[in-house]
Ligand binder design. Structure first.
Ligand SMILES: *Cc1c(COP(=O)(O)O)cnc(C)c1O
Length: 432
């Protein structure tokens, strides 16, 4: 009988992260100093990031060892299961074999803990006593709160205002792990006060919250800033997802024809996909890799590939990436984690080089897919992850139409247990 869960033993957990930088077809364009527009020297970022994370950001080493203290914490939920979606396949009547890697088993409920644990660890090693960050939907804030708690670091989270009120229990979760949470824009930073004065009713954006968190880190002693997506070191830490999935699929004697991930800043897509991109670059395999985004924040599908700021206040370095413009205010959709104006430079480069594809879907069709998934596979997916589900279903139906037995792999980046009000709205027909 075919398996439903493919489980690895704890000692089969990857001991290294895969760094794609040395394998890229052309090198990444360097980050620029936001004032001078000159390439940034890594030292310029030392006031905000731990040194080891900056080394990883530019590293040319293909594999980077995962510290044993990080592996110890990873073991709380890793290796994560790979599921074969038998029930979903059956209702779709598709000959495709659908697999999904489930990252919702982490204590914070998403893949974000893979990097938060690593970031908090290196900060602790370097003597950081306090970390600031932003959170949109709350998954990154929760993951960082958990990680700071693991390594006894204070944690302060600027939470995008619309989510702060839409998802109060995400805040409670962060409080349980000891973090302080304020709605952004807040009156606690110069930039926050400026925005509040101009637009007292703004729903907030990730760009604004990033500006506040960075300002806070710069203006406080022994405080560093942490980012939950976009940067190379963040994508690096997520590659455990893809490495595990490869071992798991090998046990099934399968290799994916299509690898799918939702894409906000690009970290879970990079996490599941980069090992497969590597095979493609080596000419070993020809998998298609698909990034899925919301049609209301279509960074890869409609954005421009150019240098832009990471935040609204223009204090972060400029990155070469697909962007909708750093002052863009995307509508408050329920997949808050996909509401960022930019994208990872690595993912952007791969997209520009034609190595990965991108697709966008509307909210309603994404929720349809989410409910279909919950009613077959049982798991209630995060609205973000449901973008990947939507795409997987579409590809599975194409296989049915064409009678093809393709192997599909998607990343189920998180559960949707804190997204019940979004599901309620969907059932009340309030989602357009
Ligand atoms: C944050 C988040 C995303 C989007 O971020 P990426 O960096 O693109 O992965 C997707 N899914 C979940 C569950 C998230 O928490």
């Amino acid at each position: 009988m075919e398996k439903t869960k493919i489980i690895l033993d704890e000692n089969e957990m990857p001991k290294k992260w895969y760094n794609i930088l040395p394998d890229l077809p052309t090198p990444l364009e360097p980050p620029l100093n936001p004032r001078t527009k000159e390439p940034l020297k890594p030292e310029e970022l030392e006031p905000i990031f731990a040194k080891e994370l900056l080394r990883q950001e530019l590293s040319s080493k293909r594999y980077i060892n995962i510290p044993k203290e990080v592996l110890e914490v990873y073991k709380l939920w890793r290796p994560s299961p790979l599921y074969r979606a038998h029930m979903l396949e059956k209702t779709l009547k598709t000959p495709a074999k659908i697999y999904y890697k489930y990252e919702g088993v982490s204590p914070s409920g998403s893949h974000k803990s893979n990097t938060s644990i690593a970031q908090a660890y290196y900060n602790m090693k370097e003597g950081t006593e306090r970390i600031t960050s932003e959170t949109g939907a709350g998954q990154w804030g929760s993951a960082l709160a958990l990680a700071c708690n693991s390594f006894e670091i204070e944690c302060k989270v600027y939470m995008v205002r619309s989510s702060f009120y839409q998802k109060p229990y995400r805040k409670s979760l962060m409080n349980i792990w000891g973090a302080k949470v304020v709605p952004s824009p807040s009156s606690e930073t110069e930039f926050g006060r400026q925005i509040l004065k101009k637009e007292p009713d703004t729903p907030g954006t990730l760009g604004i919250a990033i500006s506040e968190a960075v300002e806070d880190a710069i203006s406080h002693e022994n405080t560093k800033y942490a980012l939950g997506s976009v940067l190379n070191h963040v994508v690096l830490h997520q590659t455990v997802i893809g490495s595990e999935s490869k071992k798991q699929l090998e046990q099934e004697e399968r290799y994916p024809d299509i690898v799918i991930g939702c894409c906000g800043g690009g970290s879970n897509l990079g996490g599941i996909g980069l090992e497969y991109v590597r095979d493609k670059l080596k000419g070993k395999q020809e998998p298609r890799i698909i990034a899925v985004e919301p049609s209301s924040c279509p960074t890869l599908t409609k954005g421009e590939y150019r240098y832009d700021y990471g935040d609204t206040a223009e204090i972060t370095p400029m990155l070469k990436m697909y962007t909708l413009g750093h002052t863009h205010v995307p509508p408050s959709i329920h997949a808050g984690g996909l509401r960022y104006h930019g994208d990872s430079p690595i993912i952007s480069k791969l997209h520009a080089e034609g190595l990965i594809e991108a697709k966008a879907y509307g909210q309603k069709e994404v929720f349809e897919a989410a409910v279909r998934f919950a009613r077959t596979e049982g798991i209630v997916p995060a609205p973000e992850s449901s973008h990947a589900i939507r795409c997987a279903i579409e590809e599975a139906l194409k296989c049915k139409a064409e009678g093809e037995e393709k192997v599909l792999l998607f990343n189920l980046s998180g559960h949707g247990h804190f997204d019940m009000s979004a599901y309620d709205k969907y059932f009340q027909n309030e989602i357009a």
